[in-house]
Design a protein around this ligand. Structure first.
Ligand SMILES: Nc1ncnc2c1ncn2[C@@H]1O[C@H](COP(=O)(O)OP(=O)(O)OP(=O)(O)O)[C@@H](O)[C@H]1O
Ligand SMILES: O=P(O)(O)OC[C@H]1O[C@H](OP(=O)(O)OP(=O)(O)O)[C@H](O)[C@@H]1O
Length: 213
C-alpha cells in the first residue's frame, strides 16, 4: 500500500487539525513537539505521511500531487485558484472575508468610486470588486497588519479577514461589506481522488461524523 500524504497549514489551524485527526484515531504525536525541526512525519501502521507547510503553499503541494490531501483555510483556497477538489468543511477556523475601512468610506463604495484597496488577498479582492460589484479599483498587495493601510492613508479600504472584530475596533475601523464566510477545508488532488478513492472516502466518512457533532 502506498503512503497517503497530507499537507497541513501551519499556524492558527494546525492544532485543531491535529486534534480532529486524533479524534478519528490518526495520531502523530511527534508533530506536536514545538522544538522539533523535523519536517515530515510518518504513521507506518496506517501508511500515512504528514507535513506542515505555510498556508498558501498547501494548495500548491496538493495540485502537483506531492500531497494527496491538504487542510487549509477557504481564504487560501480562493486566493490560490489551484486545480484541487474541495471535499469537506471542517467547521473550525470560522471567520469572514470583508471590505473594511473608516465609516465614511461606505459612501465611496456606494458610489463605486475609483478607490485604493490594500489586501493580502488580491485575487479575492479583484474578483469581488470586478465580478461581483463591477467597480474599478486599484489593488495594493500587503503582507500583514493590513488595518494600517486606511489609518496611514495608503488606501481607502482593505479586504481582510475578520474574526472577533477586535482588531478593527481597536483601530477605529469597521466592516463595510461582507464578501464571504471562511473556515478550514479539506482539499484533495484530483488524481489521488480517483486512485485512492476507497481510502479517501473512508477518511471523509470518519471525519464527517466528527465535524457534524
Ligand atoms: N483571526 C484570524 N485571522 C487570520 N486567519 C484566521 C483568523 N481566524 C481564522 N483564520 C483562518 O486561519 C488560517 C490560518 O491563519 P494564520 O494567521 O495562521 O495564517 P496566516 O494568516 O497565513 O499567517 P502568517 O501570515 O502569520 O503566516 C487563515 O487562512 C484563516 O482561514
Ligand atoms: O477580527 P479579529 O479577531 O481581530 O482577527 C482579524 C485579524 O487577524 C488577522 O491578522 P493576523 O493576526 O493573522 O496578523 P497579520 O495582520 O499580521 O496577518 C487578520 O488579518 C486581522 O488583522
Amino acid at each position: 500500500m502506498r503512503y497517503l500524504t497530507f499537507a497541513l497549514g501551519k499556524g492558527r489551524l494546525a492544532y485543531q487539525t491535529l486534534e480532529l485527526f486524533e479524534k478519528i484515531g490518526i495520531t502523530c504525536e511527534e508533530m506536536k513537539d514545538p522544538n522539533s525541526r523535523r519536517l515530515i512525519f510518518t504513521n507506518e501502521e496506517l501508511k500515512l505521511r504528514f507535513f506542515l507547510a505555510k498556508g498558501p503553499d498547501v494548495p500548491v503541494y496538493v495540485e502537483y500531487g506531492a500531497a494527496d490531501i491538504g487542510v487549509v483555510g477557504k481564504d487560501v483556497i480562493l486566493e490560490a485558484g489551484r486545480k484541487v477538489h474541495e471535499v469537506l468543511d471542517l467547521g473550525y477556523g470560522n471567520c469572514r472575508m470583508c471590505v473594511c475601512g473608516h465609516k465614511d468610506a461606505a459612501e465611496l463604495l456606494k458610489h463605486r468610486e475609483l478607490i485604493r484597496v490594500a489586501t493580502k488577498y488580491p485575487n479575492i479582492a479583484k474578483d469581488y470588486f470586478y465580478n461581483t460589484k463591477h467597480q474599478t479599483v486599484e489593488l495594493i498587495k500587503l503582507n500583514g497588519s493590513i488595518e494600517l493601510a486606511p489609518i496611514v492613508g495608503l488606501s481607502e479600504v482593505i479586504v481582510d479577514i475578520v474574526e472577533t472584530g477586535s482588531t478593527l475596533k481597536e483601530n477605529g475601523l469597521e466592516v463595510l461589506e461582507e464578501i464571504c464566510p471562511l473556515s478550514a477545508r479539506m482539499i484533495v488532488n484530483p488524481v489521488s481522488m480517483r486512485l485512492e478513492s476507497e481510502r479517501i472516502k473512508e477518511l471523509l466518512m470518519r471525519l464527517r461524523a466528527q465535524v457534524i457533532r
